[in-house]
Write a protein that binds this ligand. Structure first.
Ligand code: SF4
Ligand code: SF4
Length: 470
């Protein structure tokens, strides 16, 4: 038997950390071109989210996903289960947009529009408001518990919880009419499912934006893991220009740093302090980077103070950096074949979806023949019974005419005109009689034509089978 030597490994060396202890991050507040764009997007998305739920349209909530009635209201549009193709199209559009924006500018969605980033930014704003700027927060956390520390923490968590509850309430308000929901909350008569989702969403907001923060982006979000597959050397990424910045070191503003053998980086650490994920972008692109641009703003301000050119940290591409491309050449490559294909596909799908929605008929009909045997009258005429499921997707009551075509002499014995209330669906029994000896025995084709009496251009033709006994 072959002898396998046993290597004695010291215990300390054999230990492998499977869990990295969290180091709390205290991002410094940052202003600047990118930071203000981020805040504009935060405001825009939040006004949209909290405000849209309260808008009214045609005497009902403008945007309501009524799961019980299986109807989705989006302003003038009413979508029924049959329209779920639009939901699939929406998912395709979202996926293609993500591919497109990632191919152009990496994780910009994460940095500017992802709900996790947006809520973390708002919760951080509250934290700063209550506990102060970065240094004050670090000091407060390190200090022993005191009345002041307890009060500040209490106020912060109280504000966080109020915001989280309001967010949970708004979320549920898109599925249950929000005015009714407000009354139910006020009277403590909320149903079990509404209570569950209200508290679940509030808890998720509080936990993710207040406590977990960058941990969600680092360890829970799958997008961070597969995004690199969508990057290439012409994707815009936040980059530290090491050729220009290194060797780093502090210096006096007045001395010639080049003569001292230094690069442009003054090693102030501002770029690390402002980073919401706590990374040092000078170590190269890391998967934790959400492309928020805070380090660009921070560094640009340092460069301004030192009297150096801006852009030591900037959005650029690997090709532009290596090949020293100017902005024009870089942008030309950013809009390469891949992004043009994604963009064209996206544009085409959006156009088709918009055209389909514009031509969307506010009338749907489903025909089913009664399973019973056809009836033969004394005169030899044959009668078949059908069930017409008619759906009026308009938010107005409509009157429809029903005709049969395709069989000579076929007549409807009942219900040649039907009434439907606004946005409803109803089944109507229809008896069709065909004179004797007109059709051969067996299955014969026939058509139902259903027409909106006041708007004849709204009409549907449905095929059916007329059975003649042998
Ligand atoms: S490295 Fe810069 S761009 Fe990336 S997350 Fe940190 S601050 Fe934002
Ligand atoms: S902010 Fe700019 S100058 Fe300061 S450490 Fe970062 S890269 Fe260097």
């Amino acid at each position: 038997m072959k002898h396998i030597p046993i290597i004695q490994v010291p215990i300390e060396e054999a230990e492998l950390a499977l869990f990295e202890e969290r180091r709390k991050i205290y991002p410094r507040a940052q202003s600047g071109w990118f930071s203000s764009r981020r805040w504009i997007l935060v405001l825009f998305t939040q006004i949209l989210f909290y405000g849209t739920a309260w808008l009214n349209w045609n005497g009902r909530q403008a945007v309501l996903f009524d799961l019980v009635a299986r109807k989705f209201y989006i302003f003038g549009l009413v979508l029924w289960p049959q329209d779920f193709i639009y939901l699939a199209v929406l998912l395709v559009i979202s996926a293609l947009s993500l591919f497109l924006f990632t191919a152009i500018a990496g994780r910009v969605f994460c940095g500017y529009a992802c709900p996790q980033t947006v809520y973390t930014e708002i919760f951080l704003w509250i934290e700063r408001l209550v506990e102060g700027e970065r240094n004050a927060r670090v000091k407060l956390d390190a200090a022993p518990l005191s009345v002041r520390k307890f009060s500040l923490k209490f106020v912060k968590h109280f504000l966080w919880i109020i915001l989280a509850l309001w967010t949970g309430f708004t979320f549920v308000g898109y599925f249950t009419p929000i005015h009714e929901l407000a009354i139910e909350v006020g009277n403590f008569t909320l149903g079990p499912w509404e209570t569950f989702w209200f508290l679940f969403y509030a808890f998720a907001t509080y936990g993710n934006a207040g406590w977990m923060r960058e941990q969600v982006c680092k360890y829970m979000c799958p997008y961070a893991r597969f995004q690199s597959a969508m990057f290439d050397k012409d994707t815009l990424i936040v980059t530290y220009d090491s050729e220009r910045g290194d060797p780093r070191g502090s210096r006096n503003k007045k001395v010639d740093f080049k003569a001292q053998g230094l690069g442009s980086c003054v090693d102030c650490g501002i770029c690390v302090q402002v980073c919401p994920t706590g990374i040092d972008i000078r170590n190269g692109l890391q998967y934790e980077c959400i492309a928020c641009g805070a380090c660009i703003d921070g560094c640009d301000q340092v460069m301004d103070k030192m009297g150096y050119d801006r852009g030591l940290i900037r959005y650029t591409t690997e090709h532009a950096l290596v090949k020293k491309l100017d902005d024009k050449a870089m942008w030309k490559r950013v809009f390469r074949a891949r992004t043009l294909i994604y963009g064209s596909l996206l544009g085409l799908i959006i156009l088709l979806a918009a055209a389909s929605l514009a031509m969307h008929l506010p009338l749907k009909v489903d025909v089913m023949r009664d399973r019973g045997m056809p009836k033969i009258t004394e005169m030899g005429a044959i009668e078949n019974v059908y069930r017409l499921q008619v759906m009026n997707t308009r938010e107005l009551p409509r009157r429809y005419s029903i005709e049969v075509a395709g069989v000579p002499g076929a007549v409807i014995l009942n219900n040649t005109a039907i009434d439907l209330s606004a946005a409803t669906t109803k089944a109507f029994p229809i008896r069709v009689r065909v004179p004797a000896n007109v059709l051969p025995a067996g299955s014969n084709r026939l058509r139902f034509v259903i027409k909106d009496i006041d708007a004849p251009e709204v009409n549907v033709t449905e095929k059916a089978v007329f059975l003649v006994p042998r």
